[in-house]
Design a protein around this ligand. Structure first.
Ligand SMILES: N[C@@H](CCC(=O)N[C@@H](CS)C(=O)NCC(=O)O)C(=O)O
Length: 208
């Protein structure tokens, strides 16, 4: 099989499995386990790509990294027009924005909180700004997710799949009462048969 997902357990790679299940593209999964002590990816993943991060896919001889790029690539090459609004439309522009917002914007305060939480009291000067930015990003998502639990139009899109990860983190951190629409969005994602098939293949991640 030419399409391979190099899947790190408990990682963003889960989104790529879900996407592939939604578009019904045939693929193979190669499994990699995080180090039990450091939680980092194993050296075998560096053999696939020098950054040793997940997700990473290979399609024939081509290795592709970055969730957003992988998502766009898979939709274009293997998606048959599913999950992406028609090019040239306003919806397509919104879709691009949201697809890249997930890693390009929403993950920044999330990762800052994770890293600075290890510093204890030393992180106190940074905390108000990080808390404000976390709320700004989650509140923005909350204000834009539709009543139908989609960010674009009335159907699932690739942007929804990308946004599921920061939304899951918000809910996992106990923020459902503050962001009820995001909680509904996460529940709607998890109710999809394709998400459930991907969860079976990829294993548990971040408590889900
Ligand atoms: N922006 C990148 C982030 C990739 C990333 O940091 N992945 C994490 C897993 S969620 C990873 O591989 N961590 C293991 C490590 O850094 O050793 C993407 O979305 O592809």
């Amino acid at each position: 099989m030419s399409l391979i997902v190099h899947h790190l357990n408990n990682s963003r790679s889960q989104r790529i499995l879900w996407l592939l299940e939604e578009i019904c593209a045939p693929y193979e999964v190669k499994y990699y386990d995080r180090d039990a002590v450091t939680n980092l990816a194993p050296p075998e993943l560096i053999a696939v790509h020098p950054l040793g991060k997940s997700p990473v896919i290979s399609d024939g001889d081509r290795v592709i990294i970055e969730s957003g790029a992988i998502t766009e690539y898979l939709c274009e090459r293997h998606g048959g027009g599913h999950l992406v609004p028609e090019r040239g439309t306003d919806e397509h522009v919104s879709h691009l924005e949201w697809l890249h917002f997930a890693e390009g914007s929403a993950m920044t305060p999330i990762l800052l909180r994770i890293y600075t939480s290890r510093l204890g009291e030393a992180a106190a000067p940074l905390e108000p700004r990080i808390a404000q930015q976390l709320d700004a990003h989650f509140a923005y998502m909350e204000s834009r997710v539709g009543a139908n639990s989609h960010f674009i139009g009335s159907d699932l899109s690739a942007a929804d799949i990308m946004l599921s990860f920061p939304a899951e983190i918000a809910i996992m951190q106990g923020m459902a009462p503050r962001y009820p629409k995001l909680a509904n969005f996460v529940n709607a994602c998890h109710a999809r048969p394709a998400w459930q098939r991907a969860r079976e293949k990829g294993g548990a991640y971040y408590g889900y």
